[in-house]
Design a protein around this ligand. Structure first.
Ligand code: HEC
Ligand code: HEC
Length: 343
């Protein structure tokens, strides 16, 4: 009799103890922050349009969509198949490859700190991330779905459908898929690099060679004429000569959108954060290493009818070239995506 009572008390105690522990774990777990926290070196707020405020649920379901292979015709390819998180959201190829092995004429760009972007794609043909994110899905050479199929594929997946419904409070729509994907891309940040720590006052964060490289980057090598600001881009279009070969245009670049002759061969200045991890380089992946990129600029880009006035022969010594490469390595920091602490 006594033993039975003790036994049941024991069960009640351990039972409620277990429940208390769960409660405590919930109480102790830090609540997800209300605004997306940034990393050292970045502007304090991650900008988002009024029509698509950044919210943890949107970012998290956007992440699930980003990894969802059902967004490609043959279910073989997700966004992350080309924008691979472990390669700073690039794929290591000089030209991207879409469904059924189709080669796309341009390289997969890194998706880093694009929340601050002013236009998207190498030629800037999308004005916002909301405009951009469904284009690869609809492009027959990339993922190859129709508008109706996109919504149907997401509704067919029970987990995604439930997650979408709880994020947006309604049945899955194409617009919500767009908003969620754009929110996730906005959450992809890089900062807290040796360069950022140096700028914040830690003079030992860069070694002597890197400090020299920074000086050259801002001075003799004139890189800041275009790679300027927190993300090392003016978000404008410039002709460095990459689109011109053997007397003709291989890619018209910006002119394909504006129709203006003077925009031929101009491409959007890419940001340079994480650049040491995103080879090969340029819109066509034609330069394999950072050393090749520096040699390219040292030679004054490639001569062509529209060469930017800021591109000219630099006369760098071998040591100066090495210092510039060393500096570019200091732009690799912490990459964070998603919403920290989101359920
Ligand atoms: C087949 C590989 C591939 C897939 C799959 C893919 N992308 Fe891309 N992405 C590219 C290429 C290539 C470009 C550049 C194309 C151009 O500029 O013409 C690009 C450009 C972008 C850009 C513009 C970045 C900038 O800074 O200008 C964003 C954002 C983007 N993709 C997001 C996505 C999302 C979201 C998905 C999934 C819905 C996706 N991509 C699927 C290859 C891919
Ligand atoms: C006149 C503007 C301009 C100047 C000056 C300039 N760049 Fe660029 N940079 C660009 C443009 C535009 C691209 C993209 C070209 C393309 O994709 O074909 C680019 C591409 C790059 C890339 C490749 C990034 C990637 O993701 O593919 C690196 C690295 C780079 N520049 C570093 C530098 C360095 C270092 C200097 C100084 C020596 C410099 N740039 C000077 C405009 C400029």
């Amino acid at each position: 009799m006594m033993r039975a009572v003790t036994g049941s008390w024991w069960r009640i105690l351990t039972g409620s103890g277990w429940r208390l522990a769960v409660l405590a774990a919930f109480a102790l777990r830090p609540a997800a922050p209300q605004t997306l926290p940034v990393l050292l070196g970045l502007d304090a707020y991650v900008p988002a349009p009024e029509s698509n405020p950044l919210k943890p649920e949107r970012v998290e379901v956007g992440k699930a969509l980003f990894h969802f292979r059902g967004l490609s015709a043959d279910r073989s390819l997700s966004c992350a198949g080309c924008h691979q998180p472990e390669r700073a959201f690039t794929d290591g190829r000089s030209q991207a490859t879409g469904v059924r092995g189709q080669v796309i004429g341009r390289r997969t760009p890194p998706l880093i700190n694009r929340a601050w972007g002013k236009s998207f794609f190498w030629d800037g043909r999308a004005a916002s991330l909301e405009d951009q994110v469904l284009q690869p899905v609809l492009n027959p050479k990339e993922m190859g779905l129709s508008l109706e199929e996109i919504t149907r594929r997401v509704r067919e997946d029970e987990v995604l459908r439930a997650q979408m419904q709880s994020a947006f409070g309604r049945e899955v729509t194409l617009e919500d898929i767009q908003l969620a994907l754009a929110s996730y891309v906005r959450s992809i940040l890089s900062g807290d690099s040796p360069y950022d720590r140096f700028v914040a006052g830690d003079v030992s964060a860069l070694d002597e060679q890197q400090k020299w490289g920074l000086k050259l980057f801002r001075g003799k090598a004139n890189c800041v004429a275009c790679h300027v600001g927190v993300n090392f881009t003016d978000e404008r279009f410039h002709n460095t000569g990459t689109g011109w070969r053997d007397g003709r245009w291989l890619d018209q670049g910006r002119a394909g959108i504006t129709g203006r002759a003077e925009d031929r061969g101009a491409f959007k200045t890419p940001g340079l954060r994480e650049v040491a991890r995103t080879a090969p380089y340029m819109h066509d992946g034609s330069l394999k290493t950072l050393e090749e990129v520096i040699d390219f600029y040292d030679q004054g880009g490639r001569e062509n009818p529209n060469l930017d006035t800021e591109i000219r022969k630099l006369g760098l010594t071998l040591e100066e070239k090495r210092a510039l490469v060393a500096f570019l390595h200091s732009l690799s920091g912490k990459v964070r995506e998603g919403w920290p602490g989101a359920p």
